[in-house]
Structure formats: structure tokens, C-alpha cells
Design a protein around this ligand. Structure first.
Ligand code: NA7
Length: 530
């Protein structure tokens, strides 16, 4: 066998998994499609890309030395800062010698006789391994819109997640952006700074809230550093590992004045507080959610001068926080600029991309640059893009028809020795916090197997059924599960992704960890080990 473990992906999870497996003395290879480390932060180089969570809460916590030496420059780090952080991690722990770049995995087939996996790259190279660890990310398979003529455009065009490394010059150019999710919002507010003219094509407006970013001074960084133990402890205790966690009060329990003041405070605070730290019922109770949505709608109306445009920017088909909340810096004010146009493509649908620009039902606009901020085939998409076959040649894609079925989000029955990091049905939330836990649990399982001379681990059907039922039950009553978005598995640009599925674990992170810890403490008896 070539390797004890192959890890697919050198993003935040792949890097940490490599570090931990090396400690076990294993022969590990990381296969990475890109030319460098960083995963999400390697690929998403679009202008304005940055953390929406406090940088310091989104970094690795496992190494005291790393925490001591790294200084964050902004409360919400821009992509280049995060990418250099991840490069620093790779160098510091000498990770690169086990990472093979420009190596996109095309197929992974389980071999029953040897309890191992054969992994094939796009270039045809083949490797065998005992364990296959997927660190391929929940938002890493970009999707282009299904619009006729995309290939015919003569200007420059690019998906945000495949941004050219040399950057794009917008000065004086006529720029189009299609898509207004978290990515589109970040892109728009940055591109507008230099573009000659900007046209935004919006299908569904999202509820955005202010980021309130700022530089971190040396003094502030010292304070942050001194507070690390307490901060990471807090992240372990909160619902989704964020610094923010729901307020114990119900929205209607307080007076209208108190409510308004609380919303106002959250709107003025940094980061995800307004989404993750709001009254406990805003994401489950329609009345509560309506009150919050009204508050934010008033904010939008007050920030956008043309009230017709303001109305277009206010979501009508879903409430605040029921889709991922894009955080913004003067996003709404962009639409007050004379060189910016908002096109509601529900009113005037895009008919096709032409060699010169974009044709909607009423007119054709010419562009120099088209930016596709059209998102990802989320959560299961990165799995679907690899030909993964388990025991008896069963395809993972077939197994997950109608929605993923997993054991703790880590294993799939019939796919022995395949372990998923940030797979479907795991706690996402503050992703690096969840990754560290996920990696440590997987490492613990592998350590146990090595210590007990075990070479094969598979989920049991009853374990998968009970975890999958549990995840589905947790999603009931959540307003976000009644709305189309990547979080409910919808992507209108992908065949077969038009029906909502439950692919996310929506319980609390502490409950997830408690469940996984109990399995480990019990000697992994819920798994089929041999
Ligand atoms: P999202 O949130 O999936 O947003 C994609 C956007 O692109 C969204 O506004 C879509 O409109 C729009 N879109 C997609 N296809 C089309 C077509 N064919 N025509 C017009 N508009 C289209 O992806 P992001 O990259 O912004 O964010 C993904 C996550 O990454 C984010 O939540 C963060 O957690 C990090 P729709 O809403 O479908 O009508």
C-alpha cells in the first residue's frame, strides 16, 4: 500500500489532519488540486473576499506557539491575510513535504479484498491507501449559471471562486455582477470603488447587516492574545462555536422600546451578532422573525435614497437570517452612486449572454467584464465531482440520492475507511472550530484502530439511520429549512438539486461533540470495526 492515509484537500481541515496524523507516525499524502495551500482561501481571491467572523476566533487554536506569534491586522481579515496565515502554518509545521499540488482527485474506489482505497488523479496517476479522508470543503464546487451564451462573451469573465491570481483591473470598465449572496455583496462593494460603471443583476435579494470591520492595533492584539483561553472556551460553549450565541429572551417578552434598542445595538455591533446573538426565537418564530425583518427593512430604506431601489433590495420571500446573512460595509450605499444600476431579473429576466454583454427581456447592456458570483454546489457537490465508489462498487452519488445519509457526518455505510471532514450532517457554524473537533475525533478513531490492530471501519446501517433521522428532526421548525438556499441543498444551476434536502446539522455544537465523545468513550462500538 502506498499510504496509510490520503487526505483530499489542503485547506484548513486537510492541513490540520495532516499535522495530527503525522503525530501518529503515519505515512500520509495530501492531494490538492491547487498550486498552494489554503482551500477556500486559496481559490476565493475575488476583490473584497474576507472573513465574516472575527479573525482571531476563526484561526487554529491547537498551537499555543502559533497563537503567540501570529498578529491579525483586521477584525475581519481580508483573503490575502488569511492566505498568508495558512501559508505560515504550512511552513511552520513543515507540512508541504507531504502535500502534492496540482493533483485533482478524479476517482476513489474501495477495494474489498485489501480494505483499502485506490485513488486516481485527473492525470491518471494512481495511489493506494488504507484511509481516505475527504477534506474537500462544504462550499468548494463553484457553479456557473445555466444561461445561454456564457461561452460567447468576448470580454473578460470569471467566477468569483476561480479568480485569476494576477487580479483584474476594473478602472473605467463597464462591469456586471450576477449574484447577490455573501460573495456577490463583498465583490460589489469593492468593485464599485474603481469600476467606471457597475450593473448588478439580482434574482433574490438577501438580508445583509453591517460588518463594522476595523484595524487591530498592537495594543488591541495584545489584549486579544491575553484573552485567547477565555475566548476559545467561550467558542466551545456557544451554540455554533461563534463568539455570539442566542439571547435567552424571546422577542415579544420585552417592550417594543427595549426590542428596538436591542436590535439597534446588534446592528451597530461587529459581525454576526444580529444573526447568531439575537433573541432566541427569531429563527424559529414567524412573528419574532417578522419584527426583526421589519427593523432591518427600515434600515435599508433609510440607507438607500431611491425608494424604488430600496424595495428591490428588501427580501420579500424570506425573513432575516433564514438564509446566510451577508455582512457588508456600505453595500446599500453603493446603489446611491450614479454609475450603479440594479437590475431585478425577476422583472426583466436574463435571456442570454451575448458576445458584447448581457441581454435581458427589455434590452441589451454592453460590458467589459462579467463577474459570476453565482455560488456553489454546496455540501454534497464536492463529493459528486469525484467518482467515489464504496464496497461492491456502489456509487456515493447513488447512495445519497434524495439527500445525504451519514453516521455523525463522518462516515457513510458501505464506504469503509472513508472519513469525512466537514461532510454533510456535521456541525458547521464557526468552521475552523468545528474542523478542529472533527479532525481530533477522526484522529482518535484512527489511533484506536492502530492500537487495536484494526484495519477496517464502517458505519452500521442502524447508526446511519438514527443519525440521519436525528439531523432531519433537528431541522424541523427552523425557518431556514422553509427557504430555498444552498443551506437547504437547492442550486437551480445543478441537475437534481431542485428539491430541498437536509444536509446540515442544525443542533448545537456542544450537543454534537457530546454525542461524538460518547461514541469514542464507548470504544467506537457503534461502528463496525474489524
Ligand atoms: P450563494 O449564497 O449561493 O449566492 C449565489 C447568488 O447567485 C445568489 O444571489 C443566486 O440567486 C445567484 N444566482 C445563481 N444562479 C443564478 C442565475 N442563473 N441567474 C441569476 N442569479 C443567479 O453563493 P455565495 O458564493 O454568495 O455564498 C456561498 C457561501 O460561501 C456563503 O453563504 C458563505 O458561507 C461562504 P438566488 O438566491 O439563487 O436567487
Amino acid at each position: 500500500m502506498d499510504y496509510d492515509a490520503i487526505v483530499i484537500g489542503a485547506g484548513i481541515s486537510g492541513l490540520y489532519q495532516l499535522y495530527r496524523l503525522r503525530e501518529l507516525g503515519m505515512k500520509v499524502r495530501v492531494l490538492e488540486a491547487g498550486t498552494g495551500v489554503g482551500g477556500t482561501w486559496y481559490w476565493n481571491r475575488y476583490p473584497g473576499a474576507r472573513f465574516d467572523s472575527e479573525s482571531y476566533s476563526y484561526a487554529y487554536s491547537f498551537s499555543k506557539e502559533l497563537l503567540e506569534e501570529w498578529n491579525w491586522k483586521e477584525h475581519f481579515a481580508p483573503q490575502p491575510e488569511t492566505l498568508s496565515y495558512l501559508n505560515h502554518v504550512a511552513d511552520k509545521f513543515d507540512l508541504r513535504r507531504d502535500i502534492q499540488f496540482k493533483s485533482r482527485v478524479a476517482a476513489a474506489h474501495y477495494q474489498d479484498e485489501t480494505s483499502s482505497w485506490d485513488v486516481t488523479l485527473e492525470d491518471g496517476s494512481k495511489y493506494s491507501t488504507r484511509f481516505l479522508i475527504t477534506a474537500i470543503g462544504p462550499l468548494s464546487a463553484p457553479t456557473m449559471p445555466r444561461i445561454e451564451g456564457v461561452e460567447s462573451f468576448k470580454g473578460q469573465s470569471c467566477h468569483t471562486a476561480r479568480w485569476p491570481h494576477e487580479g483584474v483591473d476594473f478602472a473605467g470598465k463597464r462591469v456586471a455582477v450576477i449574484g447577490t449572496g455573501a460573495t456577490g455583496v463583498q465583490t460589489i462593494q469593492e468593485v464599485v470603488k474603481t469600476a467606471g460603471h457597475l450593473t448588478v443583476f439580482q434574482r433574490t435579494p438577501n438580508w445583509c447587516a453591517p460588518l463594522h470591520n476595523g484595524k487591530i492595533s498592537a495594543d488591541e492584539m495584545r489584549e486579544i492574545r491575553a484573552g485567547y483561553p477565555e475566548m476559545f472556551k467561550r467558542c466551545q460553549e456557544t451554540f455554533a462555536c461563534f463568539l455570539h450565541t442566542p439571547d435567552p429572551r424571546a422577542t415579544t417578552e420585552v417592550t417594543p422600546e427595549e426590542r428596538e434598542a436591542f436590535f439597534e445595538k446588534l446592528y451597530g455591533d461587529k459581525g454576526f451578532g444580529i444573526w447568531q446573538g439575537n433573541f432566541r426565537d427569531v429563527l424559529v418564530d414567524k412573528t419574532a422573525n417578522g419584527l426583526l425583518s421589519d427593523f432591518v427593512a427600515r434600515k435599508i430604506r433609510s440607507r438607500v435614497k431611491d425608494q424604488k431601489v430600496a424595495e428591490k433590495l428588501i427580501p420579500k420571500n424570506h425573513g432575516f437570517g433564514t438564509r446566510r446573512v451577508p455582512l457588508e460595509t456600505k453595500y446599500y450605499e453603493v446603489y446611491n452612486q450614479p454609475n450603479v444600476e440594479l437590475v431585478d431579473i425577476n422583472e426583466t429576466p436574463i435571456e442570454r449572454i451575448t458576445p458584447n454583454g448581457i441581454k435581458t427581456s427589455d434590452t441589451e447592456r454592453a460590458f467589459d467584464i462579467i463577474i459570476y458570483a453565482t455560488g456553489f454546489d454546496a455540501i454534497t457537490g464536492s463529493f459528486d465531482r469525484i467518482d467515489i465508489r464504496g464496497a461492491q462498487g456502489q456509487r456515493l452519488k447513488d447512495k445519497w440520492q434524495g439527500g445525504p445519509k451519514t453516521y455523525l457526518g463522518v462516515q457513510v455505510e458501505g464506504f469503509p475507511n472513508m472519513l469525512m471532514l466537514m461532510g454533510p450532517h456535521t456541525a458547521l457554524g464557526n468552521i475552523p472550530r468545528s474542523i478542529e473537533y472533527n479532525v481530533e475525533w477522526v484522529t482518535g478513531l484512527i489511533r484506536y484502530m492502530r492500537e487495536h490492530n484494526l484495519t477496517r471501519v464502517d458505519a452500521r446501517p442502524e447508526g446511519v439511520k438514527s443519525w440521519t433521522d436525528h439531523v432531519i428532526a433537528l431541522g424541523q421548525g427552523l425557518l431556514s429549512n422553509e427557504v430555498d438556499s444552498w443551506m437547504t441543498g437547492i442550486n437551480r444551476n445543478v441537475e437534481g438539486k431542485q428539491v430541498r434536502t437536509v444536509a446540515r446539522y442544525s443542533g448545537s455544537a456542544p450537543a454534537y461533540r457530546a454525542r461524538c465523545n460518547a461514541v469514542a468513550a464507548d470504544g467506537y462500538r457503534e461502528l463496525a470495526l474489524s
